[in-house]
Design a protein around this ligand. Structure first.
Ligand code: NAD
Ligand code: IPM
Ligand code: MN
Length: 350
């Protein structure tokens, strides 16, 4: 039998709650056809406060050996001075994305039947954001001088390389070929002219090789308008790391809520393990109360299976989620109840 060797980082807050459900559903989806190995890594804000460790080299090397990583969410109370400056987010989450060359951050949005969008006439929402994952201002190539004085200067530099932009743009076009063949570049080329020009020229060049794909450009501010007034126009959005971060929270909201928004941090070359996680964070406001919706984590597990070549198991999860969402109504259910009902449907369809 085939094996799937998973690294699991439950993380902080609602992370462990949603990951427990995602793993139950994943196991139900693969059944006996795949031997699933789980290795748990107790990383996150809680672990750091208890041990002083964020992510050491030995742990990074151990993570590298797995087929894929499933992560809940990391990060603690933003007001905790011991966690200031995004020490966990940068030292753990971003470090993993950079170390494992996760240059594609794939974030699909679909308004499932029966799900209420906050939009009054949402239309047929089904698009995917291909967010660059290893460049932009996330590189940390900034600095400040005269800190704390009236003459302080604080710079954050967005790094955009021809190599980095081209590979993510190519991925977006390949994705479009499998979908409705429409790529929208989202940027701010009217102000960020150097990076904007590189992105636009790269898209133009790749577009010329893919004449069957319709290409569009939108400034990021106008994108906010269309995501609310006409989200059905989008098929594949390709954008940089920071714009992609912002666009995908709005995408999650219009698609029925951050509780169902999934994501994959991919190294499509397969040289490093890809990492799958909900778009949402550790939600300290509802942690420990079984109030979190595990659907985003469950759909992230489906993305993991698809990336691992287990398409049928992935599709079983997606059908089960679709079934569950369609019948949800207003009944309040716990994290565990939602997970169990999706797992049950998955098991009955294998
Ligand atoms: P958040 O996504 O954790 O929460 C925003 C709001 O959405 C909260 O009201 C929360 O209750 C709600 N929410 C989130 N997930 C939900 C779910 N599954 N079901 C129901 N409601 C849900 O964002 P935040 O408050 O800005 O961040 C909290 C912490 O998480 C911070 O430390 C942040 O840095 C971190 N964070 C981590 C990741 C990650 O690990 N991938 C992603 C985003 C934020
Ligand atoms: C996300 C998160 C992260 C990001 C943070 C926690 C570093 O918001 O995964 O969307 O900005 O990428
Ligand atoms: Mn984000």
């Amino acid at each position: 039998t085939r094996t799937l060797d998973l690294a699991v980082i439950p993380g902080d807050g609602i992370g462990p709650e949603v990951i427990a459900e995602a793993l139950t559903v994943l196991r139900a989806a693969v059944g006996d056809s795949v031997e699933v190995h789980e290795t748990r890594y107790p990383l996150g804000a809680g672990h750091y406060l208890a041990t002083g460790e964020i992510l050491d080299d030995a742990t990074l090397d151990a993570l590298r050996q797995h087929d894929a990583i499933l992560l809940g969410a990391v990060g603690g109370d933003p007001r905790d001075p011991k966690l200031a400056g995004g020490i966990i987010e940068r030292g753990l989450l971003l470090k993993l994305r950079f170390a494992f060359d996760h240059h594609v951050n794939l974030r699909p949005t679909r308004l499932y039947p029966g799900v209420t969008s906050p939009l009054s006439s949402p239309g047929d929402i089904d698009f995917v954001v291909v967010r660059e994952g290893t460049e932009g201002p996330y590189v940390g190539n900034g600095g400040a001088i005269r800190v704390g004085t009236p003459h302080e200067v604080a710079n954050e530099t967005s790094v955009n390389t021809a190599y980095g932009v081209e590979r993510v743009v190519r991925f977006a076009f390949a994705e479009a070929e499998k979908r409705r063949r429409r790529v929208t570049l989202v940027h701010k080329t009217n102000v960020l002219v150097h990076a904007g020009s590189l992105w636009q020229r790269t898209v133009d060049r790749v577009a010329a090789e893919n004449p069957d794909v319709t290409v569009d450009y939108l400034h990021v501010d106008a994108t906010m308008i269309f995501l609310v007034t006409d989200p059905a126009r989008f098929d594949v959005i390709v954008t940089d790391n920071l714009f992609g971060d912002i666009v995908t929270d709005l995408a999650g909201a219009v698609g029925g809520g951050i509780g169902i928004a999934a994501s994959g941090n991919l190294d499509p070359s397969g040289a490093h393990p890809s990492m799958f996680e909900p778009v949402h964070g550790s939600a300290p406001d509802i942690a420990g109360q079984q109030k979190a919706d595990p659907t985003a984590a469950i759909l992230s597990a489906a993305l993991l299976l698809r990336q691992s070549g287990l398409d049928e198991a992935a599709a079983r999860i997606e059908r089960a989620v679709e079934h569950d969402l369609a019948g949800r109504g207003n009944a309040a259910r716990t994290t565990g109840e939602i997970g169990a009902s999706i797992a049950e449907f998955v098991a009955s369809s294998t």
